[in-house]
Design a protein around this ligand. Structure first.
Ligand code: ATP
Ligand code: MG
Length: 599
């Protein structure tokens, strides 16, 4: 059974180490004996269930403390993509064990982002995402189990002593004086912690493993702390909260996850993950076989920051307009910039999954969007830096005030058949807007566009011949003049009678509409803005946004919000999801026609 509509890139899947692990597990039947009771739960709960219809279970476990970014998109595509490809299920789980930082605004945005990317976590009878805080009762029970089996103790050392006695890479740890307390005494103390009899930070519960382990994470890690904070789900029920390293493996196990995929920085935590699973499975609290953790390299993208905390700083210090600013690498920002779910899935597929950290060139991401839009984005003409062109003989040869109807295909490569979109319609009259750079009074060598005496075609319209220009007192060109060459309209038998070396884009003054166009550039000038602890605010690009007034043809003015276009010769643009309105168009620059990154 698959949980996900097939919106994945069509390209054949490239194998990677995670696929190999899963294929090998499926072949060996490593997880074939698992049962699934229809909802998360302990060993007894799942024992009552059916053999799990999902061949594998993966999960995407964000902490709801910010908006998701492009790095999370990679993780989402990996986890949901693997479940889809191997007949499994991927869970969306809010890792909300930390009471202080969570917010329902973030929960909603995460749900939206995963859905928008094209994935679903629905299972029969179960549509809601999971929340780790629903497992607090079990986590507490498991902690008491560890205490009763001499596998955990309450430590009352000061935080400073605890840090010092943990040792470091060259120095083994020193046992806490509280390490040898009896199980009964530990249990009583832990229950006092839960009952609120001790101050925040007065003591912690620690796993009892090995203070001399070469892996510092195994030197009796803290698993519960006292923290009086109201939790968004459990309110004031708890004043003790589990630590992430303890909570996460339990969350995976209760959900019958088979492959728990995370980023490389958790590699050193894997021994504790396995230790905890072993104890709780042996005690019959969790069902066998337990989940296994597998690490992959996180995404590092040039010119981009992928840390929720630092992205929050950009928002809070008003360096950008919000989490969904089109310059932000958040999923909402990318979406507003014109990125499509397909382009992000393609990106995830293309960068692949590896076990060693590297930097991906931003051009790779842009290439995926360009590739997607090339085939789908309707074409249109927009003049970004307009100057008026007057066809001085128009009224004489075409008729006074005549507006000539012109049409062009919306997709030049799909003009016939049921798939072909309706063609664009616009008019040509005596006055049109052209790009200022398309006229030169004294043409530089090789210049093929308008200069006195030269002929060009107005794309989709007539051939015209330039006669000169008008200037104001400052010498600024206010108007370009030309004459229309009759009987040369595109698509008519006479169109080839006059040869020209260039066709220029234009918009008729009679039906052009003024649009706000937001020209975005990279947010940072440094390719690795926060590497090595650099102050990323120091490399903010002061010119990352330029807002201009452009003139667009009618088909663009009538765009739906979020609709993407190729502005011919300029690049891809999207009608802004938030601010674009009929009659008041607003477009965001998405990506150029060619890779100009780094130039
Ligand atoms: P941040 O540092 O931005 O807060 P995080 O890792 O703390 O990120 P979580 O919400 O805990 O964010 O992450 C959810 C999942 O997304 C985790 O499994 C994590 O490994 C993965 N993830 C986060 N950042 C990246 C990244 N840059 N590349 C790939 N996966 C990532
Ligand atoms: Mg985090």
């Amino acid at each position: 059974m698959s949980t996900t509509p097939s919106t994945a890139p069509d390209a054949a899947k490239v194998s990677n180490f995670l696929r190999q692990i899963i294929e090998s597990d499926l072949e060996k039947g490593s997880y074939a004996q698992r049962r699934w009771a229809g909802s998360p739960g302990d060993a007894a709960h799942h024992a009552k269930g059916e053999p799990d219809p999902a061949r594998i279970r993966t999960r995407f476990p964000p902490e709801p403390n910010g908006y998701l970014h492009i790095g999370h998109a990679k993780s989402i595509c990996i986890n949901f993509g693997l479940a889809r490809d191997y007949g499994g299920v991927c869970h969306l789980r809010f890792d909300d064990t930390n009471p202080e930082k969570e917010d329902t605004e973030y929960v909603d945005s995460i749900i939206d982002a995963v859905r928008w990317l094209g994935f679903s976590w629905s299972q029969p009878g179960n549509d809601a995402p999971y929340q780790a805080s629903d497992y607090f009762d079990f986590m507490y029970r498991a902690a008491e189990y560890l205490i009763e089996h001499n596998l955990a103790y309450v430590d009352e050392q000061s935080a400073e002593d605890m840090r010092h006695n943990r040792g470091d890479f060259s120095r083994p740890g020193v046992d806490s004086p509280y390490r040898s307390r009896s199980n009964t005494e530990n249990l009583a103390r832990f229950r006092e912690m839960r009952a609120g009899l001790h101050a925040d930070g007065a003591m912690v519960l620690r796993a009892k493993i090995d203070m001399a382990s070469p892996n510092i994470n195994m030197r009796d890690p803290a698993i519960y702390r006292i923290r009086r904070a109201t939790h968004h789900n459990t309110g004031d029920t708890w004043c003790i909260y589990p630590m992430y390293t303890y909570a996460h493996p339990i969350e995976d196990a209760l959900e019958q996850i088979t492959h728990s995929i995370c980023t490389l920085e958790f590699e050193d935590q894997r021994p504790f993950y396995d230790w905890l699973m072993e104890q709780l499975c042996a005690g019959g609290l969790l069902s066998n076989p337990p989940p296994h953790q597998h690490e992959f390299a996180r995404l590092n993208l040039t010119y981009v920051i992928t840390s929720k905390r630092k992205l929050a700083q950009l928002v809070n210090e008003h360096k950008v307009t919000g989490w969904d600013d089109p310059r932000m690498p958040t999923i909402v920002g990318l979406r507003r910039r014109g990125y499509t779910p397909h382009s992000l899935q393609l990106f995830a597929e293309r960068i692949g999954v590896t076990k060693s950290d590297s930097w991906i060139d931003y051009a790779t991401l842009e290439g995926c969007l360009r590739e997607d839009l090339e085939h789908r984005a309707h074409r249109g003409m927009a003049v970004l830096n307009p100057v008026k062109l007057v066809l001085t003989n128009w009224d004489d040869v075409m008729g006074v005030g005549h507006l000539e109807p012109c049409t062009q295909p919306a997709l030049p490569h799909v003009t016939e058949g049921a798939q072909a979109p309706a063609p664009r319609h616009f008019t040509l009259g005596r006055e049109v807007w052209i790009e200022r750079e398309d006229f030169e009074e004294v043409p530089p060598k090789g210049y093929k566009r308008l200069y006195p005496g030269n002929r060009v075609r107005l794309k989709g319209g007539y051939v015209i011949e330039c006669t000169g220009c008008t200037k104001d007192a400052n010498g600024t060109i206010t108007e370009v003049n030309a004459t229309v060459v009759p009987d040369t309209k595109s698509g008519t038998p006479g169109s080839d009678s006059v040869k020209v070396k260039a066709a220029i884009t234009w918009v008729g003054v009679a039906n052009g509409v003024t649009a706000e166009v937001r020209l975005y550039d990279r947010l940072f000038l440094d390719a690795q803005p926060d590497a090595g602890g650099k102050d990323f605010l120091g490399s903010l690009n002061p010119d990352s946004l330029r807002v201009i007034q452009a003139i667009v043809e009618p088909s663009l003015a009538n765009a739906e919000p979020d609709q993407k276009f190729q502005f011919e010769r300029h690049g891809y643009f999207v009608a802004d999801r938030i601010n674009h309105q009929a009659g008041k168009p607003v477009f965001n620059f998405a990506v150029g026609l060619k890779d100009s990154w780094g130039k």
